[in-house]
Design a protein around this ligand. Structure first.
Ligand SMILES: [Zn+2]
Length: 420
């Protein structure tokens, strides 16, 4: 094995992270939603980096930037590396971009040291992982995996713009979804580097982790329908106050989250829109978001059933309507044991303990798992903080992650040669 300059790899990736983080919808904080002008600029920068690393770059129907390094043999077998470049509102600079940049730097390093791989490598910069703009998630990776639900293209954002229309404005052809797919027989596997987004690695003083599974998640849009009325004239006893009913539901969600059978069950209402939303009007309708996750599927499903029952009880007692529309429901995705082993060996080759852990957050790997074998490397992040501008991973740890990715690609190459 040719030794790697970890400090140089980390410094380079860190500088790229800083450059990408400057591309935002807002001057003072990082917000880069799917199919926005900021996304366009970020995609162009990533495409330029990929081209500079010697990759053949294209953009697919769902706006995923794809940089391909063909194998000398010309085989269609493809190892996929990547993560996402969309962010939440007021994001940190590592969640997503780290995985894209680590992949580009790793591929550049492999090319530089002159490794001849028995498969092609394709680096993907996915666009819709966070699911903030549209009530969808993982659109880009779902298209690559061939599991995109065409109905998702008709989902709309807060301004009633559909995914399909936004793709056209962005410069993509939403009708070309089929061409985004990688055939299952061509896929070698999918590897992603990501910050841990939790405190385990930092607490144990371990820079890298190897992910064993990605927790399932259910998301829903809940609509509470009451009756709007004059705040001064409708007596308390005659009101159908949608916000008061929604508030009861929020507390029920919190209670059910606490009481779940799995200790890692979490249930969150993160957004609420009140209509008409005036100081002197009894709220007529409320739309709220629901997000339920656990490391196994049964507790998550039980929690969703309990929330539906609580909603039905509140609706009946208060005489309001409560509709729960599930927009995302994905089961736990186990990482492939053979890939977990390769990643563990890659981490161990750097002299680090290959700490294995579960991912509570969702990732593109959940969609990619429907296509091929998956594995993830987690990078320790300060305080376990993420989805927050304070998000931080050190250049040293990032250098280790890039090196682990390089070693993992070499490990998979070994396996691929044996496979023949
Ligand atoms: Zn992410």
């Amino acid at each position: 094995m040719i030794p790697l300059d970890l400090a140089a790899l980390g410094a380079r990736a860190d500088a790229m992270l800083t450059e990408l983080a400057a591309i935002s919808a807002e001057p003072d904080r990082l917000t880069r939603l799917y199919l926005t002008p900021e996304h366009r600029r970020a995609a162009d920068l990533v495409a330029a980096w990929m081209a500079a690393a010697g990759l053949a770059v294209r953009e697919d129907a769902l706006a995923t930037v794809r940089g391909r390094w063909e194998a000398p043999s010309g085989t269609r077998r493809t190892l996929i590396l990547g993560s996402h470049i969309d962010t939440i509102i007021d994001a940190g600079r590592f969640d997503g971009p780290l995985g894209v940049i680590a992949a580009i730097v790793a591929v550049d390093e492999l090319r530089r040291i002159g490794v001849a791989l028995p498969f092609a490598v394709e680096v993907c910069a996915f666009g819709d992982e966070e699911g903030v703009r549209f009530p969808t998630t993982l659109l880009g990776s779902s298209a690559v995996a061939g599991i995109l639900d065409p109905a998702d293209l008709d989902r709309t954002d807060a301004y009633d713009v559909s995914v399909r229309a936004a793709l056209a404005t962005y410069g993509c052809d939403p009708e070309a979804v089929a061409a985004a797919r990688i055939a299952a027989e061509d896929a070698v596997g999918y590897l992603e580097v990501h910050i841990e987004q939790g405190p385990v690695l930092e607490r144990e003083g371990v820079p890298l982790g190897v992910v064993t599974a990605i927790a399932g998640a259910t998301r829903a849009v809940v609509t509470v329908s009451g009756e709007a009325g004059h705040a001064g004239t409708v007596p308390m006893g005659l009101r159908l106050d949608a916000l008061a009913a929604a508030s009861e539901l929020v507390l029920a969600v919190e209670r059910i989250g606490h009481a779940g059978a799995a200790s890692d069950l979490v249930a969150t209402v993160g957004r609420m829109a009140v209509r008409p939303g005036a100081v002197n009007v009894v709220p007529g309708a409320v739309e709220l978001s629901l997000d339920v996750r656990a490391s196994s599927d049964a507790p998550r499903r039980a929690a969703m059933a309990a929330i539906a029952a609580a909603a039905a009880e509140i609706a009946a007692r208060r005489g309001v309507g409560i509709d729960i529309a599930v927009t995302h429901d994905r089961d736990t995705a186990p990482c492939t044991p053979a890939i977990v082993d390769v990643l563990s060996d890659a981490v161990a080759a750097l002299g680090l303990p290959p700490r294995r852990l579960m991912s509570g957050a969702g990732h593109d790997g959940q969609a990619m798992a429907m296509l091929t074998d998956i594995g993830m490397i987690f990078v320790r992040c300060r305080g376990g903080v993420s989805h927050n501008p304070a998000e931080y991973a050190s250049p040293e740890d990032i250098g280790l992650a890039v090196a682990a990715l390089v070693r993992a690609v070499e490990g998979l190459a070994e396996k691929e040669r044996e496979r023949r």
